[in-house]
Design a protein around this ligand. Structure first.
Ligand code: AKB
Length: 316
């Protein structure tokens, strides 16, 4: 099989785990990790790595040609909370990197593209419960605007130039291996670290803020599944809704208290509350299930058990 993969943004929250998974599947030498800076020692030892700026078209093209890349996973992006602090920087990074990769595919230098979208494409006028695949979308964050615009361009490049681009609207992602960077859903990772370390957590969202979330293993499985399925099965070329679980800070607290009864939470909502309030509470992912067999496996209590067990071992 001629497949050779480039991951752009490989040192981030999803990129790190995606790189490890794809390397165990296809072999280390077939998966080129890249990022604007190096990863940790262990990561750097795990296979080929290139320093790569996702905004630099010539540099991406050079790496693609030198390594005879067929598939690109573009994981570099500025997330919702950080993007609000530097809107133009976020827009430039999120859009230019996407155009670079879509244009390489348009010029037939690569065969296939994975580009992550997000539940941030939805806004406060979207139905909040079981949000449908096709619905009102009026995102109010620069991150959400960039993801929604990106979705339109993905579909355009597929329709106009036949670019094989595949995408998922990720919910908040939770992992014990890597930390998230600058998102609104980050509290759901931080809370586990603080539960083990301090037995208490001050949450930047209020108790009732229900959001769609997913354990990282499920997200990686979905990402690889959508990229591996037959082209004919991909009926949606903007981005697929994807659902894992939904919970609010109070419910994740109750789940943690089953294993750490003395754990307490208090609330000091900040600017991220308004972002979270504009997003859905739960997602209807029936089209991903029907088209390419998506199925989530991990529930909130199962995730809590895995998170606390692994973070505890890390600290020992
Ligand atoms: C964020 O909170 O910005 C991200 C996302 C939902 O896309 N985790």
């Amino acid at each position: 099989m001629k497949k050779r993969i480039l991951i752009i943004g490989a040192c981030g929250q999803i990129g790190t785990e995606l790189t490890a998974f794809l390397r165990s599947k296809y072999g280390s030498h077939k998966v080129i990790a890249s990022d604007i800076h190096k990863g940790d020692k262990e990561f750097m030892k795990s296979g080929p790595f290139e320093i790569l700026d996702a905004m630099d078209y010539d540099a991406i093209q050079e790496v693609v040609i030198r390594h005879e890349i067929t598939d690109v996973y573009l994981m570099a992006a500025m997330l919702s909370a950080t993007a609000e602090k530097s809107p133009m920087k976020a827009w430039n990074l999120n859009m230019n990197s996407l155009f670079h990769v879509l244009n390489l595919a348009k010029e037939k230098k690569i065969d296939k593209v994975f580009w992550p979208s997000s539940i941030a494409v939805f806004g406060s006028t979207t139905p909040k419960v079981d949000t449908p695949q096709r619905t009102v979308m009026e995102p109010s964050t620069v991150y959400g605007i960039s993801k929604q615009t990106g979705e339109r361009w993905c579909e355009y490049y597929y329709n106009r130039y036949g670019v094989d681009v595949r995408s998922i609207r990720y919910p908040g992602l939770i992992s014990y291996k890597t930390l998230p960077g600058g998102g609104t859903t980050d509290y759901a990772v931080d809370i586990y670290h603080k539960a083990l370390k301090h037995k208490s957590y001050i949450c930047f969202l209020n108790a009732e803020t229900t959001l769609p979330m997913m354990f990282m293993d499920d997200a990686i499985q979905a990402t690889v599944n959508i990229m591996e399925t037959d082209k004919a099965n991909i009926k949606i070329r903007n981005s697929y809704n994807l659902s894992g679980m939904s919970f609010n800070p109070e419910e994740i607290t109750e789940s943690i208290q089953k294993l750490i009864p003395e754990f307490t939470i208090s609330y000091e909502p900040d600017f991220r509350q308004a972002i979270a309030d504009s997003w859905p509470q739960s997602i209807d992912d029936s089209e991903a299930r029907a088209d390419w067999g998506w199925e989530s496996k991990i529930s909130l209590d199962e995730m809590t058990e895995i998170m606390l067990k692994n973070l505890k071992t890390d600290k020992e």
